[in-house]
Design a protein. Structure first.
Length: 170
């Protein structure tokens, strides 16, 4: 499958899953000069916590790892948007810095959507784009809530240490 076909397939997959008007945003992306494709090598850092927000990324191929405080938080693959939290902070006039590290797991191809993409949108496109970003955030919040619920359902075990302290772990 050609590069352009894969970009189209993943973009369509993403927009159909999250956007209230996929055709509207697809047209905006097609006319924009602010969307580029970038390849990353295995273990290459895509961004680091504290970096200035410059946009967000749609994973076209491969898998990426989201890390915080040297711990893996989650993995994202083809058809998923990443970096939207920092982008929303930036668009809201907040600090505009990354909240996590993002690293390539193997070879990765990303569609980079520049933070200034929204400035060139019509009012209708802006509404659809913000609704799209909001849906992505909602889906990820639901996933996080489900993950916490699953962790809470794990049995709690009590253990005794050799000293005067006892502890619990899940």
């Amino acid at each position: 499958m050609g590069c352009a076909q894969n970009i189209d397939r993943q973009l369509d997959r993403f927009l159909n899953a999250h956007c209230p008007d996929p055709a509207l945003i697809r047209c905006a992306i097609a006319r924009s000069q602010l969307v580029t494709v970038t390849d990353f090598l295995p273990d290459e850092m895509i961004c680091r916590r504290g970096d200035r927000v410059s946009g967000c990324w749609l994973v076209l191929s491969g898998q990426i790892e989201i890390r915080a405080d040297e711990h893996s938080v989650t993995f994202r693959g083809a058809g998923e948007l990443v970096g939207e939290q920092g982008l929303l902070h930036f668009l809201a006039g907040k600090t505009g810095t990354r909240t996590a590290d993002i690293k390539a797991c193997g070879s990765v191809r990303l569609l980079c959507i520049d933070a200034s993409f929204q400035q060139d949108l019509t009012d209708a496109e802006k509404v659809a784009w913000i609704q799209t970003l909001a849906d992505v955030v909602n889906v990820k919040l639901e996933q996080a809530t489900q993950g916490r619920s699953e962790l809470r359902s794990c049995p709690v075990m009590t253990f005794r240490s050799s000293g005067a302290t006892a502890g619990r772990f899940r």
